[in-house]
Ligand binder design. Structure first.
Ligand code: ATR
Length: 276
């Protein structure tokens, strides 16, 4: 009998998820007897769905909005970094039926920069993170995993203050209107705010003062080239867009469920880019 391994992404709604296209491409590429499907699971159905996973119907899957926090209580074990980030986005069913939850967003951030800006974490005096919301947490954890000092600026300074105290480590905080003082110190600038979606921009951010070797990256990937990235490119600065983070965060889950470490290729990127 051929054992077909099944994986999923659950969310509510779920139809816009690009994960089935990413994982489906890897399943085909590696000739795996398996599937990856998007399943709409309403919040009150989450415990019953996780029980289906526990019973062995699936090898594991991804968890997205609105379940990334609620699923903690349904896991048998959770990776400590997922607890720090405050979100589980990947589940694996172990052979004894125990469900392990972890978070691959910080790995996606690192994988994206490692692939597209090799050496980015060497001789980096400080990284500047803009925004202190949910998405910022994974980025901060990623930077701390490489021992990189951080300046964290947020429109609401108190939120940055709370987040920095919670995480500990070398984080200097400030308000977003201090960006023009902070940015020239940074070798890496990461936008984690929603500024950039729908073509919006940081009106008062003067990129002209940045060091010429500064790397600018954005976690927003619709549009792929945000105004921040476009402005940085126009000045000849290095940039990495946010699509690579989405692709790279999928790698550890696929490897855990199907036993093959997949690659983020230019062809895969082009396929997903065509859907944006
Ligand atoms: P996510 O989970 O995607 O990070 P979030 O938790 O709502 O979303 O966080 C949004 C982030 O974008 C916050 O840092 C927010 O700043 P505040 O804490 O001051 O709200 C930031 N943000 C949203 N709109 C912004 C704007 N127009 N200018 C600057 N920052 C903005």
């Amino acid at each position: 009998m051929i054992h077909v391994k099944k994986a999923f992404v659950i969310g509510h709604p779920i139809k816009h998820s690009r994960s089935p296209l990413i994982h489906g491409s890897w399943i085909a590429e590696h000739g795996i007897e398996g599937s990856y499907e998007a399943i709409d699971v309403a919040p009150d159905e989450l415990p019953a769905f996780v029980e289906r996973l526990r019973q062995g119907e699936f090898a594991g899957g991804n968890v997205t909005i609105p379940h990334k926090e609620a699923v903690f209580a349904l896991c048998d074990s959770v990776d400590p970094l997922a607890t720090t980030i405050g979100a589980v986005n990947t589940l694996v069913r172990r052979s004894d039926g125990q469900i392990h939850g972890f978070n691959t967003d910080y790995m996606g951030f690192l994988g994206n920069l490692d692939q597209n800006a090799p050496g980015w974490d060497q001789n980096l005096e400080v990284a500047l993170v803009l925004g202190a919301g949910g998405a910022a947490r994974a980025i901060l954890v990623a930077l701390q995993s490489r021992s990189i000092p951080i300046i964290l600026l947020n429109r609401t300074r108190a939120t940055a203050d709370r987040l920095a105290s919670e995480l500990g480590g070398d984080i200097t905080i400030g308000a977003l209107d201090e960006v023009n003082e902070a940015a020239p110190l940074a070798g890496l600038i990461i936008n984690t705010t929603s500024v950039g979606m729908h073509g919006s921009r940081f009106e008062d951010f003067d990129l002209g003062e940045l060091r010429p070797d500064t790397l600018v990256t954005d976690i927003v990937y619709v549009p792929l080239v945000t105004p921040l990235l476009a402005d940085a490119r126009a000045l000849g600065l290095r940039t990495v867009d946010g699509l690579g983070m989405l692709l790279h965060q999928a790698v550890p889950g696929f490897e855990a469920w199907f036993g093959v470490r997949p690659e983020v290729t230019q062809a895969l990127r082009a396929k997903i880019e065509a859907t944006l």
